[in-house]
Design a protein around this ligand. Structure first.
Ligand SMILES: Cc1ncc(COP(=O)(O)O)c(C=O)c1O
Length: 1002
């Protein structure tokens, strides 16, 4: 336990501050947290004994300099003593002289402890470091020029200590890093030198964050390693810590550099140095730790950054030129020296290159295989050979010429090799980096300009290139670039060897058919590349949509070489931002949209959806695609029936009764009459008319926070809507009863009589209606309330409610829109779990799988009462197509055993969620049945206070992980997981693992 009394009295004497002290970490010096009796907090810096005065003086002066030149930067403010001194000298308890100075404490926690290191946060840090460097340029202090082991421009000293590393593979990694460093050292020394902070690491950076605000950098600390060094060392050092433990280290580094470059432009030489310097910084760090741990093996601070650093260094090495290209492109610079000259040359020569084909490409049609325009492949995760050879057949007939776009996101790249991650919804390379020219098999290909064969291979894998040739070209300025010709007939292998010279205009290869070209419809994949380093192993023909800043630089549009304008072959997907702003212009403000960064979805398949760039998402939210998005049987029915007739129930069609019989086969026998409408709302409206027609009374009892639809009558019985801010309020014919929520409600799970007690609440509602002389027509409830927070009522609850309602002469309506049709796994309908038989059952969206259908099912007796009134007719309800689709959905549920799947997957999901509940105090309750699940998020497990911000945070972070879930409940704190019934084990694992990751970052 540290003796603070001495420092406490000095603080009081010198600074006039009375305070409580506690220790903070520090490598050599004491950092003491000072909590003053006023609300102000400080950090008292007690320097190690023997610390040079200049060392402290430099830091204080630098902080003051930064305060004046860049007051916005979050550097701590130095607090002078009462007599105006910046630091004081005192004796410690052992009589040793110590230098003391005081700074104001900044808010926030260390970057290293911050869970979600967003690109936005990293970019902000990059900008701040740049501003810091700009300000430090005019700073001067003699101590900056001291010898310092952390000066990255003087780091060769580590070479003498590599032998300390016992692990031979680690040693080899370090030797390579040092070799690279020595190679760049002469160039490094030529860069502009200036004073730099020199240690913006993850322990020296503070982050201020809360769940409902964007995290921001709130502090940059510790100028103890300031030195005079090349400016680029500053970002390289910061970058070394940004990449550690980051899911996407390259993207994180690029973002840091982009943030820096926006404020202070880095030139290409500096950008090229960053990657080797970054690795060298980590090498210095691990070697230094190893050296120090020899002297002091028990000090954890010494080895604090060693393991993440090793983890990073042991990753597969990225080509440093490719990393440089990434940093250059994000800063808008040519990917390699001369790349800009190559582009200018190609542009200048556009129109004069030798035609690749004996055919005028300017006159052939462009065809789109984009995610938005094309239906290839039918299943976006699987492209069978019979589809691959037909890709694009709708654009032009076989053997005709047509061209496919550059920069076009496509779903035809289905192999796991195109995925960067373990899940189907992981990042996926979708964007085409070439122009395709579809043409007859054996069409002859000519070289557009002189070239030397760099690659001549036959890549025989399915959906690979087949025969592929890469030519290397030189501009008159000796700048090198490459053209790639894929999907060739590999017959050229007999004739063409690496190193051969191919003159402009020479016919050197021809298109292959599907037997030799990777299995595709015959076409030429024609790609331009301005560098080969880092891509030579696989020559990617498609890129990740989130990395196009890089790929546009490495493999630009090759149109010039085809003598075509760039814009002819460049594809641009629909611009999401434009659609969003148009939506704001043309739709009401209360048309809600999900996510801070909304998603635009253009394709779906089973429980996955795809945005305009082909990014896949796991759909863990939508119950409309009950049997899966784009189900082939539904697709077939729609196109088939719309080619025949789609009329209404005024006329007979056998499918009307076939659909009715199929539904009725699932229901208790007393429910024998169907009404077909267009939506759940309309079905509930009709239910209101039925109960009133049958009882002759108007009053309705329903659950608080319930939802039954968006029409006037449906809103009147939906407390979730009429009680919302600006809602229409409660009608006098509506009585609300408390939700049967045994986690938050009046009666809890430990009460064995809760079902009965919740059920009895209906009695006072009935009495109220009688007292108002309105009378009871009926009771309506979602069998398991969903928008109220995925509530599973205690068993027997509805038995009790129905008993009281029926005793009072009312009818019982079960809204099974959310719970029906097998979603609950064990039960086809929710009311089965409650052991009741409703008088009226409502079905909605899932029965149409995307087509608008609502169904009301009741007894003949009730229908008869209704028939006393005017005719019933719904133009589209019960249309031929609706009936066909509805019947098909019910058959698919049976034939594909989706109810059984809901049961199995639901158990797996709930099991996993329960495990998470044990690990995380924020998960108050996990409830659900089958694929109807809710996670109740709380601030405190004891008080069960709802945590809406956390729920919103998790929902948005799940979207970042490409999983769509919802949030529900009166306080919007319940995470709703309700996927299509097709979800599989992989999908459930992904939900659970990503949720765990997100909870861990809190
Ligand atoms: C339980 C319940 N009933 C009725 C409806 C209304 O259905 P629709 O939006 O098809 O009109 C919904 C819609 O979410 C619902 O969840």
């Amino acid at each position: 336990m540290m003796n603070f009394a001495i420092w406490q009295s000095i603080l009081e004497q010198q600074w006039g501050i009375k305070a409580k002290l506690s220790s903070l970490d520090g490598e050599f010096d004491l950092n003491i947290l000072v909590k003053s009796t006023s609300t102000k907090n400080y950090v008292l810096k007690v320097m190690r004994s023997g610390c040079l005065q200049d060392f402290v003086d430099m830091q204080i002066k630098a902080l003051n300099h930064l305060k004046v030149s860049e007051p916005e930067l979050p550097f701590p403010e130095v607090v002078a003593t009462l007599s105006g001194q910046k630091f004081v000298k005192c004796k410690d308890e052992f009589g040793k002289i110590r230098l003391l100075w005081l700074i104001k404490k900044l808010p926030g926690h260390k970057y290293v402890d911050h869970g979600y290191k967003s690109l936005n946060l990293i970019s902000q840090l990059g900008g701040m470091i740049a501003k810091c460097d700009a300000a430090l340029k005019s700073f001067e202090h003699k101590f900056l020029h001291r010898d310092l082991k952390w000066n990255l421009s003087e780091a060769s000293w580590v070479e003498d200590h590599v032998d300390l590393i016992e692990d031979s593979s680690r040693k080899c990694i370090l030797e390579n890093i040092i070799k690279d460093y020595k190679n760049i050292l002469p160039m490094l020394k030529k860069q502009p030198f200036q004073p730099i902070h020199g240690d913006v690491n993850d322990h020296n950076t503070l982050v201020n964050a809360s769940l409902n605000t964007k995290a921001s950098i709130s502090g940059i600390l510790d100028l103890g390693d300031m030195c005079f060094a090349p400016r680029v060392c500053e970002v390289a050092i910061a970058g070394a810590y940004i990449v550690l433990d980051h899911e996407k280290p390259e993207a994180a580094l690029a973002t840091l550099i982009e943030g820096y470059n926006c404020i202070l432009q880095l030139d290409t030489r500096e950008l090229d140095l960053i990657w080797p310097l970054l690795r060298m910084r980590l090498a210095v760090s691990v070697i230094n730790s190893t050296l120090m741990s020899k002297d002091d093996p028990d000090d954890p601070y010494i080895t604090v950054s060693q393991e993440p650093a090793w983890k990073f260094l042991e990753r597969k090495v990225k080509h440093s030129k490719f990393m440089a290209a990434r940093l250059r492109s994000i800063c808008g610079k040519p990917v390699v020296d001369g790349a800009d000259r190559v582009l200018a040359y190609l542009n200048e020569k556009r129109g004069s290159f030798f035609p690749i084909f004996d055919y005028d490409l300017a006159s052939i049609p462009m065809g789109s295989l984009s995610v938005e325009n094309s239906l290839w492949p039918k299943n976006p995760f699987f492209l069978p050979p019979e589809e691959a050879i037909r890709v694009g057949e709708e654009i032009e007939h076989k053997d005709a010429f047509w061209m496919g776009y550059y920069n076009e996101p496509r779903l035809i790249y289905v192999e796991p090799a195109f995925r960067n991650g373990p899940w189907k919804a992981s990042d996926r390379r979708t964007v085409h980096l070439a122009v395709d020219i579809f043409a007859p098999t054996s069409t002859r290909v000519h070289s557009p300009l002189d070239g030397r064969v760099a690659v001549a291979e036959n890549r025989v894998g399915y959906l690979d290139y087949g025969g592929v040739i890469i030519l290397e070209h030189k501009t008159p300025d000796d700048d090198i670039f490459y053209t790639l010709y894929g999907h060739l007939n590999p017959e050229f292998m007999e004739r063409i060897k690496v190193g051969d010279i191919i003159d402009a205009g020479t016919f050197f290869c021809k298109l292959g058919d599907e037997k030799v070209n990777g299995g595709w419809a015959p076409h030429l994949h024609f790609q331009l590349a301005l560098m080969t380093e880092g891509i030579e192993a696989d020559w990617p023909g498609v890129g990740d949509p989130d990395e196009m800043y890089l790929w546009h630089g490495v493999c630009p549009n090759p149109a010039a070489l085809l003598n075509l304008p760039d814009k002819m072959t460049h594809y641009s997907p629909t611009n999401k931002k434009e659609i969003l702003s148009e939506r704001r212009e043309h739709f009401g403000r209360n048309l809600s949209i999900t996510y801070e960064d909304p998603v635009m979805l253009v394709r779906g398949w089973k429980h996955h959806m795809f945005d305009e760039w082909g990014r896949p998402y796991l759909d863990a939210y939508n119950n409309v695609p009950h049997v899966g998005h784009a189900h082939p049987r539904i697709q077939r029915i729609v196109s088939n029936q719309m080619g025949r007739i789609n009329t209404n129930t005024r006329y007979l069609h056998p499918v009307q009764t076939a659909f009715a019989k199929k539904i009725l086969s699932k229901l208790p026998s007393k429910l024998d009459t169907c009404f077909f409408v267009n939506s759940g709302s309309e079905a509930n409206e009709l239910a209101l008319r039925l109960v009133r027609a049958h009882t002759g009374l108007k009053g309705i009892v329903t659950l608080n926070h319930g939802y039954h639809g968006n029409t006037t009558g449906a809103v009147d019985i939906s407390a979730y809507k009429f009680n919302a801010g600006g809602g229409v309020g409660q009608a006098n014919w509506v009585e609300l009863i408390e939700l049967p929520d045994d986690y938050r409600g009046e009666f809890k799970r430990n009460d064995p009589k809760r079902a009965e007690k919740f059920g009895n609440l209906v009695n006072s509602a009935i009495s109220n209606l009688t007292a108002k002389q309105i009378g009871l027509a009926g009771f309506i409830a979602e069998t398991f309330p969903s928008v109220a927070g995925q509530i599973i009522p205690p068993e027997g609850y509805l038995q009790n409610v129905y008993k009281h309602i029926r005793n009072a002469g009312g009818l019982c309506v079960a809204d099974e829109v959310q719970t029906g049709l097998g979603r609950l796994g064990k039960f086809y309908f929710g009311f089965e779990q409650q052991g009741v038989e409703p008088d009226i059952v409502i079905l909605g969206k899932p029965i149409g799988n995307g087509h608008p259908i609502g169904v009301v099912i009741t007894s003949n007796e009730i229908a008869e009462s209704f028939a006393q009134g005017p005719e019933f007719f719904s133009t589209f309800g019960g249309s031929t197509l609706s009936c066909l689709i509805g019947k098909e959905v019910l058959e698919i549920i049976d034939e594909e055993k989706l109810q059984e799947n809901a049961d199995l997957m639901g158990k797996k999901l709930l099991g996993g969620l329960n495990e998470l509940q044990d690990s995380f105090s924020q998960i108050g309750d996990v409830r659900g049945m089958g694929l109807f699940c809710g996670v109740d998020l709380v601030k405190d497990k004891e008080t069960r206070e709802e945590d809406r911000d956390l729920c919103s945070y998790i929902k948005n972070r799940m979207r970042d992980h490409r999983i769509l879930v919802g949030s529900e409940g009166p306080k919007d704190n319940i995470l709703k997981i309700r996927p299509p019934l097709t979800i599989d084990e992989e999908g459930i694992d992904m939900i659970l693992l990503c949720l765990q990751k997100i909870m861990q970052e809190l």
